[in-house]
Design a protein around this ligand. Structure first.
Ligand SMILES: [Zn+2]
Length: 369
């Protein structure tokens, strides 16, 4: 059956399976909903099914066509996603190599997100022009052409307008599947051309269950992963390679140093975290989870990771409710600032600043950032 490997998403599966069984798929779909809940997996499965060569399985995952689609090399499968657009030929060649490596990894682990570091990414007019050229031919190998565009909100205005033209005069042998976690950032004219299918946030027990059964995580780590990822299976899976327990200890250490006014210790930890690319964002997520535990502890007297209760109770005593709520706010602001490319070190400093009871350097400086 279609979408056998997709956890949760009863409504989306029902809508799409019914359309598939009755042979009345919409030509353009928009799968929308939070990050990491299965939109792209569902889209890949549908794209695979469109050209699967087997009669009794949809998709079979074994035939030549299924394997080529899964490897992102099927000539009738076009995959667009936000990526950097270098200006020099040399950089473009390097990027193409980088992307082809990433796609090989993604074939084995489809939940992997592209990591282009701090380079700005978009779906550009060039990407859409290239797509348009490909759309002018009939399918090469398969019955249909499938276009998957993930992160569709990342189209530039020019790209979106050009893409709209393709959607307005689609070739009858093409199916489009767009995914986004921010449907309102898309042109209304594009939205109205697509049949929208909502993907729901996953319940924590489904994420934990999938991590334990499907990916061999131990239940304790699975609980922490679900919490840290905001119940996004995709993000949780991206975190599985990291030593979360050690990172959590470091987050507690930093908050303790901040609460006790041990500035050198604080700076040392911040230096250590800011050194590795990608780590500050994950570390801020961890700080946010620890701060969340401290809030739970104050409100209910209990936390989810009960093994840490004694240590956190002790830390909680050093931070009153007022300071704690300032701290939670500061961490969220720091996470937002990091997304806007503010220096990681400054973001980490701002995240623990309020625990010293001083004026929040980050918010007062905001105008100049
Ligand atoms: Zn197949």
């Amino acid at each position: 059956m279609l979408f056998e490997n997709l956890i949760g998403q009863k409504v989306a599966k029902k809508i799409l399976r019914q359309a598939w069984d009755e042979d009345r798929l919409a030509q353009s779909y928009l799968f929308y909903g939070p990050d990491g809940v299965g939109k792209e997996l569902a889209a890949m499965e549908l794209a695979m099914a469109l050209n699967c060569g087997s009669e009794n399985a949809t998709p079979c995952r074994q035939c030549n066509s299924c394997r080529k689609t899964a490897a992102y090399i099927h000539p009738d499968f076009h995959y667009l996603f936000p990526r950097p657009h270098p200006s020099s030929d040399g950089d473009r060649r390097k990027l193409a190599e980088e992307i082809s490596e990433m796609l090989k990894e993604k074939e084995a682990q489809p939940h992997l997100a592209f990591d282009f570091g701090s380079r700005p990414t978009a779906i550009s007019i060039d990407d859409i022009r290239e797509l348009k050229e490909k759309m002018e031919f009939l399918p090469y190998e398969g019955k249909r052409k499938a276009v998957l565009m993930t992160g569709a909100e990342a189209m530039t205005t020019e790209a979106a307008n050009a893409f709209l033209k393709i959607l307005e005069e689609p070739s009858p042998t093409t199916n489009f599947i767009l995914t986004t976690d921010r449907p309102n950032a898309l042109l209304p004219t594009i939205l109205s051309r697509c049949q929208k299918v909502r993907f729901e946030p996953l319940p924590p027990e489904e994420v934990i269950g999938a991590l334990v059964k499907g990916y061999g995580q131990d239940p304790r780590a699975a609980g922490l992963l679900a919490e840290l990822s905001g119940n996004s299976l995709g993000r949780a899976l991206q975190m599985t390679g990291q030593d979360l327990m050690a990172e959590r200890n470091l987050a507690v250490k930093l908050l303790r140093a901040a609460a006790e006014g041990k500035h050198w210790e604080m700076l040392e930890t911040i230096e250590q975290v800011a050194r590795d690319r990608g780590r500050p964002a994950r570390f801020l997520e961890m700080l946010s989870a620890v701060a969340g535990d401290l809030v739970h502890l104050k409100v209910t007297g209990k936390i989810k990771n009960s093994d840490r209760q004694a240590e956190l109770s002790d830390l909680g005593k050093k931070i009153d409710r007022q300071k704690l709520s300032e701290m939670v706010k500061a961490i969220e602001q720091a996470r937002a600032a990091l997304e806007r490319n503010v220096t990681p070190k400054l973001c980490l400093l701002a995240a623990c600043n309020t625990t010293q009871g001083e004026q929040d350097a980050f918010t007062s400086d905001r105008g100049s950032l």
